[in-house]
Design a protein around this ligand. Structure first.
Ligand code: C6P
Length: 403
């Protein structure tokens, strides 16, 4: 992998922040966008901006063809059996809400749902709202000090009352890779369905939804070098057919009269209104970009970055890394004794280094460790070992100033 050549594709990586070269280590929040994806968006607005699935005119047909071609790219990338099992959404949060909302009609009081202790709020709150509506109960797979799920406890939670299990493939706050195949198989053994939140795994680990046998898999394009405001919900055809539509409106109908409306087939049943057309097309372009580099190469290089950063950070006195699972993506979450993570983040920013500080929308994890938050550095395939050196040097300066 020629990282220096790859970096030239990302115009933003050439800029300075506070007079210093930008070191962008907030990739878990959103990844940067290569010029190939930016040009896809510009091309759409310059050359064939039109609404899709509606017009007989040429522009509309070009836009529809490009949008549907992107759906097929997403299908191929995640190995869905059929392209109508890919629903375009505004992102992971929207995708989860489509499923949780639909389950309101499928659950009854006493049914149980299982979530993990390692979830982002987007994969907790919609289900709590669902439980309030339906009287279903939410059970939690606990974690241990290393940031690993306790699978024996998961097995004990499973019963014929379990209707749905929802876990992330990778924890955004700690980088832990969860054993999702095992979770899916065990949940299926009691007849429950499983939703995998792939927001943090899709950029780093190739997911094959058929091999996993996931009922639902969701992710956002902006974590994958694509634009914000677009993502996807994969659902097995049988699962999506059971779910009622999420929103009513144009595009999701077969026929409307004032007496009765019938709904469109998949995927349109879940795609009411004019979507983010340029975003959908650019999502496809982002997958092309990533696949040109190769998911395996990306994963191997990012693992080297993770190991390099972990080894250097461990040498800093008073620094504690949270989340030391044997299988992790390139995320290091840490605190330095006696210093608030926000203060470290602010000084790093002054030195041109972008990290995220705070609870990372995963407050239950912070509660487990009894901390207000962490400093999180998350790496991508366009980052370098030299940038990690810069972060470590900057961190040492910050510690000197703050201690
Ligand atoms: N995590 C982070 O800095 P949206 O915002 O819908 O694209 O993604 C939500 C989401 C859901 N699940 C996981 C595991 C996530 O990491 C995220 C987004 C970002 O960690 C922003 S809070």
């Amino acid at each position: 992998m020629d990282v220096q050549k790859i970096r030239k594709d990302f115009p933003i990586l050439q800029r300075e922040v506070n007079g210093q070269p930008l070191v962008y280590f907030d990739n878990a929040a959103t990844s940067q966008t290569p010029v190939q994806v930016i040009n896809t968006i510009v091309d759409y607005y310059k050359k064939y901006n039109a609404n899709i699935h509606r017009g007989v005119h040429s522009l509309s047909q070009e836009a529809t063809d490009a949008y549907e071609a992107a759906r097929k790219k997403i299908q191929k990338h995640f190995n869905a059996a059929q392209s109508h099992e890919i629903i375009f959404t505004s992102g992971t949060t929207h995708s989860i809400n489509i499923v949780s909302n639909g389950y309101a009609e499928l659950l009854k009081k006493g049914d149980q749902l299982i979530v993990s202790a390692l979830e982002h709020h987007s994969n907790i709150v919609p289900w709590q709202m669902l439980c309030e509506k339906t009287g279903a109960e939410l059970k939690v797979i606990p974690m241990n000090e290393d940031g690993v799920l306790i699978m024996e406890a998961f097995e004990k939670l499973l019963s014929d009352k379990t209707k749905l299990v929802f876990v992330n493939h990778v924890s955004n706050a700690l980088g832990t890779v969860n054993p999702i195949k095992e979770i899916i198989d065990k949940a299926h053994a009691v007849g429950a369905q499983v939703l995998i939140d792939g927001a943090q795994s899709a950029p780093h680990i190739q997911a094959d939804v058929q091999a996993l046998d996931a009922d639902y898999y969701v992710t956002s394009a902006h974590k994958l070098c694509g634009p914000t405001g677009v993502g996807m919900l994969y659902g097995k055809q049988s699962a999506l057919k059971r779910l009622p539509p999420y929103q009513g409106g144009g595009e999701m109908i077969a026929e409307v009269t004032f007496e009765k409306t019938t709904y469109a087939d998949l995927p349109h049943k879940f795609e009411a209104g004019t979507p983010n057309i340029a975003g959908g097309i650019a999502f496809g372009a982002a997958l092309d970009y990533i696949n040109n580099i190769g998911m395996d190469q990306i994963a191997a290089y990012e693992e080297e970055l993770l190991n390099y950063a972990t080894d250097l950070l461990k040498k800093i006195p008073g620094l504690k890394i949270y989340g030391i699972a044997p299988q992790k993506t390139a995320v290091v979450s840490f605190n330095v004794e006696g210093i608030h993570p926000y203060d470290i983040g602010s000084i790093l920013d002054k030195l041109g280094i972008a990290v995220r500080t705070g609870h990372h929308c995963a407050q239950p994890i912070m509660d487990y460790y009894q901390i207000p938050g962490t400093v999180r550095a998350s790496f991508s395939f366009y980052n370098t070992f030299e940038e990690i050196d810069s972060m470590v040097e900057a961190l040492k300066k910050a510690i000197q100033m703050l201690q």
